[in-house]
Every structure is written in structure tokens, then in C-alpha cells.
Ligand binder design. Structure first.
Ligand SMILES: [Zn+2]
Length: 156
């Protein structure tokens, strides 16, 4: 009998590779293709400590100073959002990678600090239920279940 030892990822690099493996599995299950460009956009979002605009992404992904066409970045972002792997924060016009726990199926709240720019994704079953009840009672079909709360974080 073989035993599988599951190690908890400790470094940020390990966490990112877990997230990317998860994204690949999810896309395979959805019969969607995580192309190299889509994968690089997702990886760049995971690597970033703050939300990135499409132009920041185009610059970050550019090979040796050559910009990637913004339309290529937008298309990749559209795909990642459809798959629940990334979110667009309307108040910042910027993008973040989705936390693995959520996958776009739950309701996520983003706490956006206006002082330091930090963004944290938080969620709870109660939040999800409360938002679901609101949608239902207004016969509203949500495309995204995403709340943005702006203010100050604990450090500022
Ligand atoms: Zn802050």
C-alpha cells in the first residue's frame, strides 16, 4: 500500500503552483483551454500583491520591453473571469486572481484599502446566503457575485 503525503505549500511560489494546477484541473473539467497566454496572465495576477490593470498586465507580460497587445490581455482576462479564476474590481478598473476557495461560485467581498491599495478577498456562507436571498427576492440573475467595500485596512 502506498501512502501519499500531502504537504501544505509554504512559500508563495508553492502556493502559486498549487493555484495554477487547480486552474488547469478546473479548465479541463469545464472543457476549456488554459492556453499559455491565459496561464501567464493568471500567474502574473497571482504573483502580484495588488490588483493589476490590463495595461499593467500587458507591460508585465511583455517579452524584453515589447508590449503584449492589450486586446490579447483583455481576451485572456475575459476567459479567466468566465472560469471564475479572476475577478474584475470595477471601483479600481483592475483585476485580481480568485482565491482557490471561491472559484467564482460563491459570493466574495473584496476589502479595498484606499490608503495602501491592499485588497483582501473574504467570504462566508452567511454572506453567500444573504446575497442569494436578495437576488431571489428581486428575481435578479447575477452575472458576478462580487461586493467591493472601500475604506481603510487594519494597518492604515
Ligand atoms: Zn491599508
Amino acid at each position: 500500500m502506498t501512502q501519499t503525503v500531502v504537504q501544505q505549500p509554504t512559500s508563495k511560489a508553492a502556493l502559486i503552483s498549487v493555484s495554477l494546477a487547480h486552474a488547469e484541473n478546473l479548465c479541463r473539467a469545464n472543457r476549456a483551454r488554459l492556453t499559455p497566454i491565459r496561464r501567464r496572465v493568471l500567474e502574473t495576477l497571482h504573483n502580484s500583491n495588488r490588483p493589476l490593470g490590463a495595461y499593467d498586465l500587458a507591460a508585465a507580460l511583455a517579452p524584453q520591453g515589447r508590449r503584449m497587445a492589450p486586446i490579447t490581455v483583455y481576451r485572456a482576462l475575459e476567459f479567466l473571469i468566465e472560469q471564475g479564476l479572476a475577478h474584475r474590481l470595477a471601483s479600481l478598473n483592475a483585476y485580481v486572481a480568485s482565491s482557490q476557495a471561491n472559484d467564482g461560485r460563491g459570493t466574495a467581498a473584496f476589502l479595498i484599502c484606499e490608503a495602501c491599495g491592499s485588497v483582501s478577498e473574504v467570504s462566508s456562507p452567511e454572506l453567500h446566503d444573504a446575497v442569494s436571498n436578495l437576488h431571489k427576492s428581486h428575481s435578479f440573475s447575477p452575472r458576478a457575485r462580487l461586493l467591493e467595500l472601500t475604506g481603510r485596512c487594519a494597518h492604515c
